[in-house]
Design a protein around this ligand. Structure first.
Ligand code: NDP
Length: 282
Protein backbone atom coordinates (compact mmCIF):
# COMPACT_ATOMS: atom_id res chain seq x y z
CA UNK A 1 0.00 0.00 0.00
CA UNK A 2 1.21 3.47 -0.76
CA UNK A 3 1.31 6.27 1.74
CA UNK A 4 -1.99 8.17 1.53
CA UNK A 5 -0.32 11.30 0.14
CA UNK A 6 0.93 9.54 -3.00
CA UNK A 7 -2.46 8.01 -3.71
CA UNK A 8 -3.13 4.76 -5.51
CA UNK A 9 -5.11 3.32 -8.40
CA UNK A 10 -7.40 0.42 -7.49
CA UNK A 11 -6.50 -2.46 -9.80
CA UNK A 12 -9.09 -4.98 -11.05
CA UNK A 13 -7.63 -7.68 -8.79
CA UNK A 14 -8.14 -5.54 -5.65
CA UNK A 15 -4.52 -4.41 -5.24
CA UNK A 16 -3.63 -0.71 -4.94
CA UNK A 17 -1.01 0.62 -7.38
CA UNK A 18 0.83 3.69 -5.99
CA UNK A 19 0.44 6.66 -8.35
CA UNK A 20 4.16 7.49 -8.19
CA UNK A 21 6.86 4.84 -8.18
CA UNK A 22 10.63 5.14 -8.14
CA UNK A 23 12.35 3.69 -11.23
CA UNK A 24 15.88 2.31 -11.26
CA UNK A 25 16.57 1.71 -14.97
CA UNK A 26 20.16 2.73 -15.77
CA UNK A 27 20.99 3.14 -12.09
CA UNK A 28 24.29 1.31 -11.63
CA UNK A 29 24.14 -1.53 -9.11
CA UNK A 30 26.67 0.32 -6.91
CA UNK A 31 24.40 3.38 -6.76
CA UNK A 32 21.06 1.59 -6.47
CA UNK A 33 20.85 0.99 -2.72
CA UNK A 34 21.57 4.67 -1.96
CA UNK A 35 19.07 5.90 -4.56
CA UNK A 36 16.32 3.58 -3.29
CA UNK A 37 17.10 4.53 0.30
CA UNK A 38 16.78 8.23 -0.62
CA UNK A 39 13.46 7.53 -2.35
CA UNK A 40 12.03 5.59 0.60
CA UNK A 41 13.23 8.32 2.93
CA UNK A 42 11.47 10.92 0.75
CA UNK A 43 8.21 8.97 0.97
CA UNK A 44 8.08 6.74 -2.11
CA UNK A 45 6.62 3.35 -1.34
CA UNK A 46 6.81 1.80 -4.82
CA UNK A 47 10.01 0.73 -6.59
CA UNK A 48 10.18 -0.35 -10.23
CA UNK A 49 13.03 -2.64 -11.27
CA UNK A 50 13.52 -5.48 -13.77
CA UNK A 51 15.70 -8.54 -14.17
CA UNK A 52 17.26 -6.76 -17.17
CA UNK A 53 18.33 -3.77 -15.03
CA UNK A 54 20.67 -6.05 -13.06
CA UNK A 55 20.00 -4.23 -9.80
CA UNK A 56 17.24 -6.32 -8.18
CA UNK A 57 19.73 -7.52 -5.55
CA UNK A 58 20.50 -3.94 -4.48
CA UNK A 59 16.82 -2.93 -4.53
CA UNK A 60 16.09 -5.81 -2.16
CA UNK A 61 18.99 -4.80 0.10
CA UNK A 62 17.73 -1.21 0.36
CA UNK A 63 14.18 -2.35 1.06
CA UNK A 64 15.29 -4.70 3.82
CA UNK A 65 17.58 -2.04 5.33
CA UNK A 66 14.76 0.54 5.34
CA UNK A 67 13.00 -1.07 8.29
CA UNK A 68 9.65 -0.50 6.55
CA UNK A 69 7.10 -3.28 6.84
CA UNK A 70 6.82 -5.36 3.67
CA UNK A 71 3.08 -4.58 3.35
CA UNK A 72 3.87 -0.86 3.16
CA UNK A 73 5.89 -1.37 -0.03
CA UNK A 74 4.94 -2.10 -3.61
CA UNK A 75 7.69 -3.78 -5.64
CA UNK A 76 7.51 -4.27 -9.37
CA UNK A 77 9.90 -6.35 -11.43
CA UNK A 78 9.82 -7.71 -14.97
CA UNK A 79 10.42 -10.89 -16.93
CA UNK A 80 12.81 -10.19 -19.81
CA UNK A 81 12.59 -11.14 -23.47
CA UNK A 82 15.03 -14.04 -23.13
CA UNK A 83 12.75 -15.68 -20.54
CA UNK A 84 9.53 -16.01 -22.53
CA UNK A 85 7.84 -19.42 -22.37
CA UNK A 86 5.97 -21.26 -19.61
CA UNK A 87 8.90 -22.90 -17.81
CA UNK A 88 11.33 -20.10 -18.64
CA UNK A 89 9.09 -17.42 -17.12
CA UNK A 90 8.52 -19.47 -13.98
CA UNK A 91 12.27 -19.92 -13.57
CA UNK A 92 12.88 -16.20 -14.18
CA UNK A 93 10.34 -15.29 -11.51
CA UNK A 94 11.97 -17.60 -8.97
CA UNK A 95 15.37 -16.05 -9.78
CA UNK A 96 13.98 -12.51 -9.33
CA UNK A 97 12.41 -13.55 -6.02
CA UNK A 98 15.75 -14.91 -4.87
CA UNK A 99 17.65 -11.75 -5.84
CA UNK A 100 15.07 -9.42 -4.29
CA UNK A 101 14.67 -11.58 -1.18
CA UNK A 102 11.58 -9.72 -0.01
CA UNK A 103 9.13 -12.63 0.14
CA UNK A 104 6.85 -11.83 -2.78
CA UNK A 105 6.57 -9.55 -5.80
CA UNK A 106 3.70 -7.05 -5.80
CA UNK A 107 3.54 -6.66 -9.57
CA UNK A 108 5.24 -8.88 -12.14
CA UNK A 109 5.33 -7.61 -15.73
CA UNK A 110 6.16 -9.17 -19.09
CA UNK A 111 8.80 -6.58 -20.03
CA UNK A 112 8.24 -6.56 -23.84
CA UNK A 113 5.90 -8.53 -26.10
CA UNK A 114 8.59 -9.62 -28.64
CA UNK A 115 6.00 -10.59 -31.27
CA UNK A 116 8.67 -12.26 -33.45
CA UNK A 117 9.18 -14.84 -30.70
CA UNK A 118 5.44 -15.37 -30.41
CA UNK A 119 5.66 -16.68 -26.83
CA UNK A 120 3.97 -13.93 -24.84
CA UNK A 121 0.67 -15.83 -24.50
CA UNK A 122 2.50 -18.85 -23.07
CA UNK A 123 4.42 -16.49 -20.77
CA UNK A 124 1.14 -14.95 -19.65
CA UNK A 125 -0.19 -18.42 -18.72
CA UNK A 126 2.90 -18.86 -16.52
CA UNK A 127 2.14 -15.49 -14.91
CA UNK A 128 -1.42 -16.63 -14.12
CA UNK A 129 0.00 -19.75 -12.44
CA UNK A 130 2.54 -17.71 -10.45
CA UNK A 131 -0.27 -15.51 -9.19
CA UNK A 132 -2.38 -18.56 -8.23
CA UNK A 133 0.61 -19.84 -6.24
CA UNK A 134 0.93 -16.51 -4.39
CA UNK A 135 4.48 -15.77 -5.55
CA UNK A 136 3.30 -12.58 -7.22
CA UNK A 137 0.33 -10.52 -6.11
CA UNK A 138 -0.59 -8.81 -9.39
CA UNK A 139 0.31 -9.59 -12.98
CA UNK A 140 0.66 -7.19 -15.86
CA UNK A 141 2.57 -6.34 -18.99
CA UNK A 142 4.79 -3.61 -20.36
CA UNK A 143 5.13 -2.19 -23.86
CA UNK A 144 2.12 -4.14 -25.16
CA UNK A 145 0.29 -2.71 -28.16
CA UNK A 146 -3.52 -3.04 -28.46
CA UNK A 147 -3.29 -6.17 -30.64
CA UNK A 148 -1.13 -7.90 -28.02
CA UNK A 149 -3.53 -7.03 -25.20
CA UNK A 150 -6.53 -8.20 -27.19
CA UNK A 151 -4.82 -11.48 -28.00
CA UNK A 152 -4.11 -12.19 -24.31
CA UNK A 153 -7.79 -11.66 -23.52
CA UNK A 154 -8.98 -13.75 -26.49
CA UNK A 155 -6.68 -16.69 -25.72
CA UNK A 156 -6.60 -16.74 -21.90
CA UNK A 157 -9.72 -14.83 -20.86
CA UNK A 158 -7.64 -12.60 -18.60
CA UNK A 159 -6.42 -9.06 -19.25
CA UNK A 160 -3.36 -7.70 -17.43
CA UNK A 161 -4.16 -5.27 -14.62
CA UNK A 162 -1.39 -2.88 -15.74
CA UNK A 163 0.36 -1.97 -19.00
CA UNK A 164 3.53 0.03 -18.32
CA UNK A 165 4.38 1.99 -21.46
CA UNK A 166 6.42 4.90 -22.74
CA UNK A 167 4.20 7.92 -22.16
CA UNK A 168 5.00 11.64 -21.85
CA UNK A 169 3.81 14.87 -23.46
CA UNK A 170 5.68 14.12 -26.70
CA UNK A 171 4.02 10.68 -26.83
CA UNK A 172 0.75 10.82 -24.86
CA UNK A 173 -0.68 7.52 -26.17
CA UNK A 174 -4.32 8.67 -26.27
CA UNK A 175 -5.49 5.68 -28.38
CA UNK A 176 -3.75 3.13 -26.18
CA UNK A 177 -5.21 4.75 -23.04
CA UNK A 178 -8.70 4.34 -24.53
CA UNK A 179 -8.02 0.61 -25.09
CA UNK A 180 -6.81 0.33 -21.49
CA UNK A 181 -9.98 1.98 -20.20
CA UNK A 182 -12.15 -0.43 -22.21
CA UNK A 183 -10.26 -3.47 -20.85
CA UNK A 184 -9.92 -2.26 -17.24
CA UNK A 185 -6.13 -1.91 -17.48
CA UNK A 186 -4.30 0.75 -15.44
CA UNK A 187 -1.75 2.82 -17.37
CA UNK A 188 1.72 3.34 -15.93
CA UNK A 189 3.97 5.82 -17.74
CA UNK A 190 7.67 5.00 -18.09
CA UNK A 191 10.08 7.82 -18.93
CA UNK A 192 7.32 10.15 -17.70
CA UNK A 193 9.70 13.12 -18.08
CA UNK A 194 10.91 11.89 -21.50
CA UNK A 195 14.25 11.43 -19.70
CA UNK A 196 14.42 15.17 -19.10
CA UNK A 197 14.19 16.03 -22.82
CA UNK A 198 11.09 18.21 -22.50
CA UNK A 199 11.89 20.07 -19.29
CA UNK A 200 13.12 23.13 -21.20
CA UNK A 201 10.02 23.24 -23.40
CA UNK A 202 8.62 26.82 -23.35
CA UNK A 203 4.96 25.69 -23.01
CA UNK A 204 5.83 23.66 -19.92
CA UNK A 205 8.08 26.44 -18.64
CA UNK A 206 5.28 29.00 -18.89
CA UNK A 207 2.79 26.75 -17.05
CA UNK A 208 5.42 26.00 -14.40
CA UNK A 209 5.90 29.77 -13.93
CA UNK A 210 2.15 30.28 -13.47
CA UNK A 211 2.06 27.73 -10.65
CA UNK A 212 5.47 28.51 -9.13
CA UNK A 213 6.47 24.88 -9.76
CA UNK A 214 9.31 23.17 -11.59
CA UNK A 215 8.79 21.86 -15.15
CA UNK A 216 9.16 18.28 -13.86
CA UNK A 217 6.39 18.82 -11.30
CA UNK A 218 4.09 20.22 -14.00
CA UNK A 219 4.68 17.20 -16.27
CA UNK A 220 4.14 14.77 -13.39
CA UNK A 221 0.95 16.61 -12.42
CA UNK A 222 -0.24 16.31 -16.06
CA UNK A 223 0.20 12.54 -15.82
CA UNK A 224 -1.80 12.43 -12.62
CA UNK A 225 -4.66 14.43 -14.12
CA UNK A 226 -4.74 12.07 -17.14
CA UNK A 227 -5.17 9.17 -14.68
CA UNK A 228 -1.73 7.62 -15.16
CA UNK A 229 0.55 6.12 -12.58
CA UNK A 230 4.21 7.02 -13.21
CA UNK A 231 7.58 5.46 -12.52
CA UNK A 232 10.13 8.26 -12.42
CA UNK A 233 13.88 8.00 -11.98
CA UNK A 234 16.46 10.28 -10.44
CA UNK A 235 19.69 9.67 -8.59
CA UNK A 236 19.65 13.26 -7.28
CA UNK A 237 18.12 13.50 -3.78
CA UNK A 238 16.66 16.99 -4.34
CA UNK A 239 14.93 15.83 -7.55
CA UNK A 240 13.77 12.61 -5.89
CA UNK A 241 11.93 14.81 -3.37
CA UNK A 242 10.82 17.37 -5.96
CA UNK A 243 9.12 14.67 -8.03
CA UNK A 244 6.71 13.89 -5.18
CA UNK A 245 5.60 17.53 -4.96
CA UNK A 246 2.60 17.23 -7.27
CA UNK A 247 -0.29 17.02 -4.84
CA UNK A 248 -0.99 20.58 -3.79
CA UNK A 249 -1.69 22.26 -7.11
CA UNK A 250 -3.96 21.58 -10.05
CA UNK A 251 -3.59 22.28 -13.77
CA UNK A 252 -6.54 23.83 -15.55
CA UNK A 253 -8.21 21.89 -18.35
CA UNK A 254 -6.58 24.29 -20.81
CA UNK A 255 -3.14 23.66 -19.36
CA UNK A 256 -3.65 19.89 -19.59
CA UNK A 257 -4.67 20.33 -23.24
CA UNK A 258 -1.69 22.57 -23.96
CA UNK A 259 0.70 19.96 -22.58
CA UNK A 260 -1.06 17.14 -24.47
CA UNK A 261 -0.65 19.33 -27.58
CA UNK A 262 3.13 18.82 -27.40
CA UNK A 263 2.51 15.38 -28.96
CA UNK A 264 5.00 14.74 -31.75
CA UNK A 265 4.09 11.04 -32.04
CA UNK A 266 7.73 10.18 -31.43
CA UNK A 267 9.10 7.63 -29.04
CA UNK A 268 12.39 8.06 -27.22
CA UNK A 269 12.54 4.31 -26.59
CA UNK A 270 12.31 1.28 -28.87
CA UNK A 271 9.31 0.17 -30.93
CA UNK A 272 7.52 -2.68 -29.07
CA UNK A 273 6.69 -4.36 -32.38
CA UNK A 274 10.38 -5.10 -33.06
CA UNK A 275 12.37 -4.71 -29.81
CA UNK A 276 14.31 -7.73 -28.59
CA UNK A 277 17.88 -6.83 -27.47
CA UNK A 278 19.89 -9.97 -26.93
CA UNK A 279 21.82 -10.22 -23.65
CA UNK A 280 24.98 -8.11 -23.67
CA UNK A 281 28.29 -9.77 -22.83
CA UNK A 282 29.86 -8.25 -19.72
P1 NDP B 1 12.48 9.68 -16.65
O1 NDP B 1 11.49 10.35 -17.54
O2 NDP B 1 12.08 9.26 -15.30
O3 NDP B 1 13.73 10.66 -16.60
C1 NDP B 1 14.87 10.40 -15.83
C2 NDP B 1 15.88 11.49 -16.16
O4 NDP B 1 15.34 12.76 -15.80
C3 NDP B 1 17.17 11.33 -15.43
O5 NDP B 1 18.20 11.77 -16.30
C4 NDP B 1 17.05 12.28 -14.25
O6 NDP B 1 18.32 12.79 -13.89
C5 NDP B 1 16.17 13.38 -14.82
N1 NDP B 1 15.27 13.97 -13.82
C6 NDP B 1 14.50 13.30 -12.93
N2 NDP B 1 13.81 14.18 -12.17
C7 NDP B 1 14.15 15.42 -12.58
C8 NDP B 1 13.78 16.71 -12.17
N3 NDP B 1 12.92 16.90 -11.18
N4 NDP B 1 14.33 17.77 -12.82
C9 NDP B 1 15.20 17.59 -13.83
N5 NDP B 1 15.59 16.37 -14.27
C10 NDP B 1 15.08 15.29 -13.65
O7 NDP B 1 13.05 8.46 -17.52
P2 NDP B 1 13.51 6.95 -17.30
O8 NDP B 1 13.81 6.44 -18.63
O9 NDP B 1 14.55 6.84 -16.26
O10 NDP B 1 12.18 6.23 -16.80
C11 NDP B 1 11.80 6.11 -15.45
C12 NDP B 1 11.60 4.67 -15.09
O11 NDP B 1 10.70 4.03 -15.99
C13 NDP B 1 12.87 3.81 -15.20
O12 NDP B 1 13.79 4.02 -14.17
C14 NDP B 1 12.26 2.42 -15.21
O13 NDP B 1 11.90 2.05 -13.87
C15 NDP B 1 11.01 2.66 -16.05
N6 NDP B 1 11.24 2.27 -17.45
C16 NDP B 1 10.57 1.17 -17.92
C17 NDP B 1 10.74 0.74 -19.21
C18 NDP B 1 9.99 -0.46 -19.68
O14 NDP B 1 10.30 -0.95 -20.77
N7 NDP B 1 9.04 -0.95 -18.93
C19 NDP B 1 11.66 1.42 -20.14
C20 NDP B 1 12.30 2.58 -19.57
C21 NDP B 1 12.07 2.98 -18.28
P3 NDP B 1 19.16 12.36 -12.57
O15 NDP B 1 18.93 10.89 -12.33
O16 NDP B 1 20.56 12.66 -12.98
O17 NDP B 1 18.67 13.22 -11.45
Amino acid sequence: MSTPAIGAIALRDGAMLPRTGFGVFLVAPADTAAAVAAALEAGYRAVDTAAAYRNELEVGEAVRASGLAREELFLTTKCFNTDHGFEEARRACHESLERLDVGYIDLYLIHWPVPAQDRYVETWRAFMALQDEGLVRSIGVSNFLPAHLERLVAETGEAPVVNQVELHPRFPQADLRRVHAALGIATTAWSPLARGALLDDPVIGAIAGEHGRSPAQVVLRWHRQLGNAVVVKSVTPARIRENLGVLDFELTGEQVEAISGLDTATRIGPDPETFYLPPQPH
